[in-house]
Ligand binder design. Structure first.
Ligand code: BTN
Length: 332
């Protein structure tokens, strides 16, 4: 039995196949093998989602305008990827796309399947934080990957995803985002996007990695809570114009697919090179908070496992695998 979501997708596909004419209710119901009343009910539902559909008992239905939703029928016609995002699990509201993707991967979902939500009730950030996920303004996406690499290389996938996200933002906007270790994406020192990647593995084999990416696209300044207003930004705020979320998603998936294939074919070197260029971290004075400990020193580099190499004031080199950094003023 087809779900209501699938019926909606099929109605939209038929209407989009007839951009300059009306399609009769009878024709739609015949092609879809549902009653005309069922068609009318789904059209009413689609209108409630923001689709402008002209309807007349004599001539039938005509799609005038689609909203900027991230449903398969809106996203797929724009996709230029070979395999990433070809299967889309879309939700209007969900706890967390990462959680849903994890469950789907456990049930056998394939590499490249993605989970998208218009809003998240329990959007998750790094280190147990929340990720503010209001409806229809931003991008919340989780991508299932099944790389055949040893688990200790999984952090390279995180570095790769940060580079791909920054490249997508630059390609889309012309602006030049920086990466802040481990994987915050900043524009003019404010956070624009964050990544939460989760891994399911054995000692010597990765079952899957979930790349969870949140990008602030159309958030107005006032939508940010007071605590983060000065620390966060959105692409709309930086570009001064509304952002098409589906066009941005296409750009992001394209960069991710290309970078992931580069990593699998050429290894860590190109990823690390691009990450270093984007982070400009080498030689910067930083304060690092890691597992409750505060370390102050100079960032030397990231190693091939994605760990931060820090030189303390005493000249001791430390390897930091998780935490947050703050850039310090040179004079501080
Ligand atoms: C961070 O703390 O910087 C990471 C934020 C990651 C947010 C994204 S939104 C899509 C995916 N689903 C989640 O629950 N979290 C990630």
């Amino acid at each position: 039995m087809r779900g209501k979501g699938t019926i909606d997708e099929e109605i939209l596909r038929l209407l989009k196949d007839h951009p300059s004419s009306f399609l009769s209710g009878e024709e739609i119901s015949r092609q879809m093998k549902v009653t005309r009343t069922a068609v009318w009910k789904r059209v009413k539902h689609l209108r409630s989602l923001g689709y402008e559909i002209e309807a007349s008992t004599r001539t039938g239905y005509h799609l005038i305008r689609s909203p900027d939703l991230l449903t398969p029928s809106e996203v797929k016609p724009l996709l230029r990827t070979k395999w990433m995002g070809r299967i889309i699990h879309h939700f209007h509201s969900i706890d967390s796309t990462n959680l849903a993707a994890y469950q789907l991967a456990l049930q056998g979902a394939e590499e490249g399947e993605i989970v998208i939500a218009e809003s998240q009730k329990k959007g998750r950030g790094r280190l147990g934080r929340k990720w503010f996920s209001p409806p229809l303004s931003n991008l919340y996406v989780s991508i299932i990957l099944r790389p055949r690499i040893p688990p200790h290389q999984a952090s390279l996938i995180t570095l790769m995803a940060a580079v791909a996200t920054a490249d997508a933002i630059q390609r889309f906007s012309g602006l030049q985002p920086l990466i802040k270790w481990p994987n915050d994406i900043l524009l003019k020192d404010r956070k624009l996007a964050g990544l939460l990647n989760e891994i399911h593995s054995e000692m010597d084999r990765i079952h899957f990695i979930i790349l969870g990416i949140g990008v602030n696209l159309n958030m107005g300044e006032k939508m940010f809570s007071k605590e983060i207003r000065d620390l966060a930004t959105s692409l709309k705020r930086e570009m001064g114009q509304p952002i098409s979320r589906k066009a941005f998603l296409q750009a992001l998936l394209q960069e991710l697919e290309t970078w992931y294939e580069t990593f699998l074919e050429e290894g860590a070197a190109p990823v690390l090179k691009a990450w270093r260029e984007r982070s400009q971290i080498q030689g910067r004075p930083v304060k690092v908070t890691s597992f409750g400990e505060v370390l102050v020193g100079t960032a030397i580099d990231v190693d091939s496992d994605g760990a931060l190499i820090l030189e303390t004031k005493e000249g001791e080199r430390k390897r930091v695998v998780a935490g947050d950094i703050e850039y310090r003023n040179i004079k501080a």
